[in-house]
Design a protein around this ligand. Structure first.
Ligand code: SAH
Ligand code: SF4
Ligand code: F3S
Length: 442
């Protein structure tokens, strides 16, 4: 049966991996009610934006989409536009007057209401469903997945920290964990469907806690790795306060858990970490890195860093550069600070670093990190790495792109390999972001 156009939907996803996973949950909830996904927005009767509010430029991007969709709705009266995720949870009903294209709003805890919102919008009016529900983990919803190789499994949601710059606690609400049994069930299904890699995700994934069954994150990770012994297991994002010795030992002892940790630091200066309300000093962070490296010598570390937070002086900035030089992260996500209304920093601190200074400091951070990544990647030339092939390379169908356990991208000659294959590649070249090589045969 051909779907009527009014029942077809298309989702644009912005933001973090949690949002990517959530779009799969929304798609599943819509499909259960008879809605049909389409490949292109132009074919869809319902267009959904699943949005991110973490930085100002993420919000700007959505504005462009909504302006375009407003024009489209003038030509196509039946088109329904919904906005889900972090922006509506944060900006709430004022979005209706800011962006006339929007028919309905749904927050991260109310995706289950989306099918009925669509129904109600059809009979006229604009609707929102933005309650927090700290019991909602979407347990029992089988997500629609992109691709058949690598899968995200959300194990916890929300954030109980109050980093001064960050909007996530306001958009995602309190922490809650998926029950242990439910995570294991999902993992068993992924194993049965021949997935090759599982990434456990959460805003603070290592705060995971199933108190009833007695599982912390280390115990969960161990159990998942045993349940899926032939799959690669990854996890993100970790908070430094919850890096425990048992977690580090679990990663080291289980061969299928990738020796790779993304550990956002945000600043190299304890004074800034205090203003940021990060709950740890830079010495404590460095101690965690020392612990990790002593137990997992070949670990690949990556981080997030913010330039130009409120009150940042040249010496604080220098401390961030020093930290990057000392630790030599494999890679980093680097941002300049943007005020988010409503956060602790927006309410209590002055955004006093001028924009050109923020941008100059960010550029210095990027230049240094690119140099370090380039050096580390060059050191890999001549070594043999194990790669999970993910897709055709963007440049040529004669080449595949894959990742090492340390999450480095590798482009290599395809030969007879297919996405999903795990193979050894000898590295013959490197930039600061990609390795190149060719398969070697046993
Ligand atoms: N839960 C994760 C991710 C948070 S958002 C964590 O705790 O690390 C991802 C990154 O965005 C943060 O680590 C931080 O580096 C950056 N970020 C968050 N708010 C920001 C802001 N207002 N301005 C600039 N960067 C920000
Ligand atoms: Fe934001 Fe901090 Fe929570 Fe991460 S830990 S989501 S940076 S408040
Ligand atoms: Fe963005 Fe929300 Fe994720 S603000 S980073 S989509 S948790």
């Amino acid at each position: 049966m051909r779907a009527e156009r009014g029942n077809t939907f298309f989702i644009h996803t912005f933001g973090c991996q949690m949002n990517q996973a959530d779009s799969g949950i929304i798609a599943s909830l819509l499909q259960e009610e008879g809605y049909v996904p389409v490949e292109h927005e132009a074919e869809a009767g319902i267009v959904l934006l699943n949005t991110c509010a973490v930085r100002e430029n993420a919000v700007d991007r959505i504005e462009h989409f909504l302006q375009r969709l407003h024009g489209q709705k003038k030509r196509d009266k039946g088109l329904i536009v919904g906005v889900a995720g972090c922006i509506p949870q944060y900006q709430r009903e004022k979005m209706f007057s800011l962006y006339p294209a929007i028919d309905f709003l749904a927050g991260p805890d109310t995706y289950r209401t989306i099918p009925s919102l669509v129904e109600q919008v059809r009979s006229g009016g604009k609707l929102s469903s933005l309650e927090f529900n700290s019991a909602e983990t979407y347990e029992g919803v089988e997500p629609v997945r992109q691709g058949a190789i690598s899968a995200f499994v959300p194990v916890m949601r929300g954030c109980n920290n109050m980093c001064a710059y960050c909007v996530v606690p306001f958009t995602r609400g309190r922490e809650r964990s998926q029950p242990f049994r439910s995570v294991i069930l999902e993992v068993q299904k992924l194993v049965a469907s021949a997935y090759k890699e599982i990434t456990l995700i959460g805003q603070n994934v290592n705060s995971y806690c199933d108190a009833e069954e007695g599982y912390d994150f280390a115990a969960l990770l161990e159990a998942v790795s045993r349940e899926a012994p032939s799959l690669r297991i990854r996890f993100t994002t970790s908070h430094p306060k919850d890096i425990s010795e048992s977690l580090v030992r679990t990663i080291a002892s289980r061969p299928n858990i990738c020796n790779s940790i993304h550990l956002p630091v945000q600043s190299g200066s304890s004074r800034m970490l205090g203003l940021m309300n990060r709950d740890h000093t830079i010495e404590e962070y460095r101690d965690k890195i020392t612990l990790i490296r002593s137990v997992i010598p070949d670990v690949a570390l990556s981080t997030d860093i913010i330039a130009g937070f409120c009150g940042e002086q040249e010496e604080d900035h220098q401390a961030s550069l020093d930290l990057l030089s000392d630790i030599r992260f494999d890679s980093a996500y680097m941002f300049f600070y943007s005020t988010r209304p409503g956060t602790l920093a927006a309410r209590t601190l002055e955004d006093d670093v001028p924009e050109p200074v923020k941008k100059r400091r960010l550029q210095e951070i990027i230049d240094l990190q690119n140099r370090i990544s380039g050096e580390l990647f060059h050191e890999a030339i001549g070594t043999v790495v194990e790669v999970l092939a993910e897709s055709e390379s963007r440049r040529s169908s004669e080449q595949l792109m894959g990742r090492t356990a340390g999450n480095r991208a590798v482009v290599f000659d395809r030969e007879n390999y297919q996405p999903g294959d795990l193979l050894n590649v000898i590295i013959t070249g490197a930039t600061s972001a990609t390795l190149t090589g060719r398969p070697i045969h046993p």
